[in-house]
Design a protein around this ligand. Sequence first.
Ligand SMILES: Nc1ncnc2c1ncn2[C@@H]1O[C@H](COP(=O)(O)OP(=O)(O)O)[C@@H](O)[C@H]1O
Ligand SMILES: [Mg+2]
Length: 242
Amino acid sequence: MGRSEIVRVEGLEKIYGYGRNALRVLKNVSLGISRGEIVSIVGPSGAGKSTLLNIMGCLDGFQAGNLVIKGRDVSSFSVEDLSDFRNLHIGFIFQLHNLLPEFTALENVMFPLLIRRMGKRQTRARAMEMIDRFDLADRSHHKPSELSGGECQRIAVARALIGGPEIILADEPTGSLDSENSRKLIDILFDLGKEKSTTIVIVTHSGEIAGKTERTVTLVDGEIRTDVKNGGAPGGGEEGPI
Ligand SMILES: Nc1ncnc2c1ncn2[C@@H]1O[C@H](COP(=O)(O)OP(=O)(O)O)[C@@H](O)[C@H]1O
Ligand SMILES: [Mg+2]
């Protein structure tokens, strides 16, 4: 295991269903991600990209293999420990923003800090600062239904970043956005990530977005097909390009 590795997936097996209906979705997947690295995961629909990201985000279990995050074997955690660990270290961005509809943009962004029992005044100030980075200060008191898709997704990214997670996992965060909104979101996300040396793993269908990441892992039919550093040199993981 590399010293600077923040996430290590080893021999991961994920099977949905049982018996004759069993579907082997991840097949012996091994992958290491370094601290501060920005990695894209690409591949055809149904390849297992979301499954892999959900597992790395401790949102889903698996049948065999290991998942080590920040040097800790998270599969041994209790449910409570896991949710604390996730809240502290991992920001997850979903394809559909997943904002709570009955709360304002500001309140949605405040949640991760309120869960940590940070005081309301300080939380509000931090959330407003973050929302301002996304150019949405004037929209902060609106509910998701009163915001555009691009605005909602930017709020969702602000919510994922507010707690200063070391790891950001984003599952096709621009899947529902036009190219201008998509570019805006990715630029802020990557800029903020680089500023704080945040590790970012992003699933995307966009070659343009993948090209902005340092390394691209291609998943096909539950297996890692290629793993390349962008800009020439092969590697990043053990598997070079095939
Ligand atoms: N909860 C589930 N139950 C059964 N099969 C699932 C479930 N979630 C995903 N799958 C199947 O697992 C495979 C991989 O899905 P997914 O990880 O969502 O792929 P991707 O994100 O690459 O499109 C697909 O064949 C999908 O139908
Ligand atoms: Mg998916």
